[in-house]
Design a protein around this ligand. Structure first.
Ligand code: GSH
Length: 235
């Protein structure tokens, strides 16, 4: 069984989308990030970076003990390899998917994450930070648009892959972040194609509550810690 430690955010959705697309049974362990579940000692044994998503595979292919994995990109590669889905077996195809997965993990996700923070959540308006991350996010949208123009289909080529599953949930934030896909017509076409997939929609529906909305912070200290304004565990 795949035990999924999860909150409904872009990084969490990557994994619920994969599991639904591949039709793999899993047990959801909903986490409240605002209440600090990511800092609980039992979770840190699975995910030492105190961030979700994380999984525990209780039936690893080698027949060994339970195997815990953190970092959404590593989880996607592990699941793709274990179940032989959404990652080509040939070296070129596989490496192309991994290039775009790494691009998402190191670029698109973190830059949209920072832009989202300064644009939507920061209590202080800091134009320097907003502009810096907005410009970089716009550049990355341009890179993705040119790639999708080239492939004419999916992020890493003709086949749907874990690179699409990693990028899609972050592109979902475009409206809230003040981007329009009209500026990126190839991203717009790809986004609509993926949005129509029933399994992807099921992945997005997992554990509906949005942990970044509502009044879920127990205290101002929790809010400051969540957004990295106060030191966190391990600092
Ligand atoms: N690089 C990590 C990022 C994970 C991450 O930032 N998760 C966020 C939610 S999207 C989190 O758990 N935040 C909790 C916190 O900031 O305390 C991954 O892709 O798994």
């Amino acid at each position: 069984m795949i035990e999924l430690y999860y909150a409904p955010t872009p990084n969490g959705w990557k994994i619920s989308i994969f599991l639904e697309e591949a039709g793999i049974p899993y047990r959801l362990h909903p986490m409240s990030l605002k209440q600090g579940d990511q800092f609980k000692p039992d979770f840190l044994k699975i995910a030492p970076n105190n961030r979700m998503p994380a999984i525990v595979d209780t039936a690893p292919a080698d027949g060994g003990p339970d195997f815990a994995i953190f970092e959404s990109g590593a989880i996607l590669i592990y699941l793709a390899e274990k179940y032989g889905r959404f990652l080509p077996a040939d070296a070129r195809g596989r490496n192309t998917v991994i290039q775009w997965l790494m691009w998402q993990m190191a670029g698109l996700g973190p830059m949209l994450g920072q832009h989202g923070h300064f644009h939507l959540y920061a209590t202080e308006n800091i134009p320097y930070a907003i502009d810096r991350y907005r410009n970089e996010a716009a550049r990355l949208y341009g890179v993705l648009d040119r790639q999708l123009k080239k492939t004419g289909a999916h992020v890493a080529g003709s086949d749907y892959s874990i690179a699409d599953m990693a990028c899609f949930p972050w592109v979902m934030t475009h409206k809230a972040q003040g981007f329009t896909l009209d500026d990126y017509p190839h991203v717009k076409r790809w986004y609509a194609d993926l949005r129509a997939r029933p399994a992807l929609q099921k992945g997005l529906a997992a554990g509906k509550l949005d942990p970044l909305k509502g009044d879920g912070f127990a205290s101002e200290e929790d809010r400051r810690r969540f957004f990295g304004i106060s030191p966190q565990a391990g600092n």
